[in-house]
Write a protein that binds this ligand. Structure first.
Ligand code: OGA
Ligand code: MN
Length: 218
């Protein structure tokens, strides 16, 4: 059989990625995927350093939940401090981060026609005693949020007693729901459908560090 140049090009160009395939299957089957060591120890250390530098320079802001709610109420819903990351002026640490994210996005768009066009990411610090009550990520009134991604930057000896689990609530077929508790372990990435899964961050006893973001359509 004669192959056209285009067919040949596509065969050479497209290499199936087992990790990305697993993420896609997880998302199809249960709307979330948990990937340990998505970022390796070295990458996490560099990102944590970058976060802490900016945090100590006082660049973080109290996270909002909508401009119509006052600060006292907001604090009873979420207590984290955030700093948006601009890809255009990303430093070395953030570049590594975006390289991996962009590679995943390209794969999702190519294999599942997900139509992800934009993304937004912020660093987050949950100080001692803070939490984020059960919510859906679309209550920020942004229907373009398709996938939520959280990457944890805590240090190696994060312990279950520190709290701060991400709890994802999955509806079951019998009308009940399942609550899945996920520890914020360094290098771990959790991806889930923004419009579908309610979730919360349990109170933390030790500052909890992460990058949270959204892959968006249209
Ligand atoms: C959020 C969120 C989860 C986490 O920022 O919207 O739900 O584990 N974060 O930090
Ligand atoms: Mn959320």
């Amino acid at each position: 059989m004669i192959q056209t140049d285009l067919e040949l090009f596509e065969q050479i160009d497209f290499v199936e990625n087992p990790l990305y395939e697993r993420i896609i299957n997880d998302l199809i089957e249960r709307k979330y995927s948990i990937v340990d060591n998505f970022f390796n120890e070295g990458e996490v250390n560099i990102l944590r350093q970058a976060l802490l530098e900016k945090y100590e320079e006082d660049n973080f802001k109290k996270a909002a939940i909508g401009n119509y709610i006052n600060e006292v109420i907001a604090k009873s819903i979420r207590g984290d401090f955030i700093l948006w990351i601009n890809e255009a002026d990303a430093g070395k640490a953030e570049k590594t981060y975006f390289d991996k994210i962009n590679s995943l996005v390209a794969y999702l768009n190519r294999t599942c026609f997900m139509g992800i066009l934009t993304k937004e990411f912020h660093y987050a610090v949950y100080p001692d005693g803070t939490f984020y009550k059960r919510h859906l990520d679309t209550f920020q009134n942004d229907g373009r949020r398709k996938l939520s991604m959280v990457c944890y930057l805590n240090d190696e000896n994060w312990k279950p007693e520190n709290g701060g689990e991400l709890t994802i609530y999955s509806p079951l077929e019998n009308g009940k729901e399942e609550a899945l508790n996920i520890y914020p372990l360094p290098g771990r990435v959790v991806i889930f459908e923004s419009q579908e899964l309610e979730h919360e961050v349990k109170p933390v006893k030790v500052p909890r560090l992460s990058i949270t973001g959204w892959l968006k359509t249209r």
